[in-house]
Design a protein around this ligand. Structure first.
Ligand SMILES: Cc1ncc(COP(=O)(O)O)c(C=O)c1O
Length: 471
């Protein structure tokens, strides 16, 4: 029997987040927009303030005591954040966020493609007709940089579709990823669907043809235990402000051979060994990718965020948010006129369960690798069913309310103090795939309570009636 999920001390956790203790429109704030940006514990605010009030100085530059102290704090922060994702410090490049990290990768590969950094960068150079594979579920940050790279190099951009139930079509992926594929970029967790993608399967497909894998871990890093080297990805990005940390800081993880082979994107101060008027020689990673002044106080704040998450424990965070996700999913399914985006528990819109590799599924369940699932349950890898489906999720649901525009839904919820995200969530192609231009998204973090979920569901249940769109 597996041990029971650890229970979080929610009162203590909420006490650490000063912003949560306020009323909005006369109601206690229910913050369900952590997928857009998370709230910050006092420890993060204090860490940044302490740095700025006591230790602020230019890192890696000055010879004075304060500069040495700032440099030490900055590099300690790197080691802490790298450790959080299972990496070594030299495998973590600071960025200003996930968008910056993904652009860095795409532009570095673009530079390799025009011969910069050769011969070490040659394996990363794209040729006309090479293929870059993304998914239909990308945030624009993991789509547009690849569109631009394809346009600059003559490479072809292809995409792995998602099924009606939101899961990735891995059969299509297997057919698509072939000898011309050079890059496979995909989200660990879609910021619209909340579904954890099958990283190992995609990495295996990509590596079988020698393609580079790029993981967008923005929506997993705050919610799941994350070990990027163990996942086998070549490169990955995550975002500080989504994982209890400050704005304008993020991490780019790279396998050492990959970082060592790639040429820089931004160039300038702090990333060189020798410069003449004609040319420059670059430092090894990570500094090679850190031109100019870095987000120092933010990096120190992010390390405090990571320590906070580690203090709670990522297994416990994940278990807590899974319970919130299940409660929210069940409640949403019970409200008439709500269509969930990516709901594998009720079977796909094409109807019914699915089974592969000898699994069996009935009643809308799904099973892979010899597991079996019934009645909407599911199993993978021979395990038994838990929750409503075998699809691993984080605490995030997007949905459409029949007959009511997402923005109107958002306003009604806001009037009850409930903060959710409305719009396309920077994922227009995925919304188009589901026949929508916008949806409502409720997303949790470790500080949310079952009461938050219930208040949200209660407020939502009256929305269609309010607009005369149904009960
Ligand atoms: C999946 C995903 N990728 C990338 C980003 C962009 O992250 P950042 O704000 O750090 O640039 C986001 C933010 O919404 C996201 O959810």
């Amino acid at each position: 029997m597996s041990s029971p999920a650890p229970v979080l001390d929610l009162a203590a956790i909420r006490g650490d987040f000063p912003l949560l203790d306020q009323r909005v429109n006369g109601h206690p704030l229910v913050y369900l927009d952590s997928g857009a940006t998370s709230q910050k514990p006092q420890a993060v605010i204090d860490a940044e303030v302490a740095f700025l009030t006591r230790s602020n100085s230019a890192v890696h530059r000055g010879a004075h005591t304060l500069a040495a102290e700032a440099t030490e704090l900055f590099e300690d922060a790197r080691a802490t954040v790298a450790g959080f994702v299972g990496a070594r410090p030299e495998q973590l490049v600071w960025t200003s966020g996930a968008t910056a990290g993904l652009n860095l990768i795409a532009y570095a590969i673009g530079n390799a493609s025009i011969g910069r950094g050769a011969p070490a960068s040659t394996p990363f150079a794209l040729q006309h007709g090479d293929e870059i594979v993304v998914t239909e579920s990308e945030h624009h940050a993991n789509l547009i940089p690849w569109q631009e790279l394809a346009a600059r190099t003559g490479a072809v951009l292809r995409h792995i579709p998602v099924h009606d139930d939101g899961t990735l079509d891995t059969d299509a992926a297997a057919a698509l990823i072939g000898e011309r594929t050079r890059i496979v970029a995909f989200p660990h967790v879609s910021n619209v669907l909340g579904i954890v993608n099958p990283v190992a399967e995609l990495v295996a497909l990509a590596h079988a043809v020698g393609a580079l894998t790029v993981l967008d871990a923005c929506q997993s890093a705050p919610h799941l235990p994350l070990d990027l080297p163990a996942l086998g990805v070549d490169l990955a990005v995550f975002s500080g402000h989504k994982m209890l940390g400050p704005y304008a800081v993020g991490g780019l993880y790279g396998r050492s051979e990959v970082l060592e082979g790639l040429p820089p994107f931004l160039t300038g101060g702090s990333m060189i060994t020798t410069v003449t008027l004609d040319r420059a020689q670059y430092l090894p990673p990570p500094q090679r990718f850190e031109a100019g002044t870095q987000p120092v106080s933010q990096a120190i704040g992010l390390a405090a965020a990571v320590r906070y998450l580690q203090g709670v424990g990522m297994e416990a965070v994940h278990a807590h948010e899974k319970a919130l996700e299940a409660r929210m999913g069940e409640g949403l399914r019970s409200i008439p006129g709500i269509r969930l985006l990516g709901d594998a528990s009720t079977g796909s819109a094409t109807g019914g369960g699915s089974a592969t590799d000898g699994g069996s599924a009935t009643g809308g369940g799904s099973a892979t690798g010899g597991g079996s699932a019934t009645g909407g349950g599911s199993a993978t890898g021979g395990g038994s069913a838990t929750g409503g489906s075998g699809v691993e999720r984080v605490g995030l649901w997007s949905f459409d309310v029949e007959g009511v525009h997402a923005h109107d839904v958002g306003q009604i919820l806001d009037a009850r103090g409930v903060a959710v995200r409305v719009g396309h969530h920077c994922a227009q192609p995925l919304h188009r795939r589901f026949g929508l231009t916008a949806s409502v998204r409720a997303s949790t973090a470790l500080y949310n309570t079952p009461d938050d979920v219930d208040t949200f569901l209660d407020a939502l249940s009256g929305v269609r009636a309010f607009f005369g769109a149904g009960s």
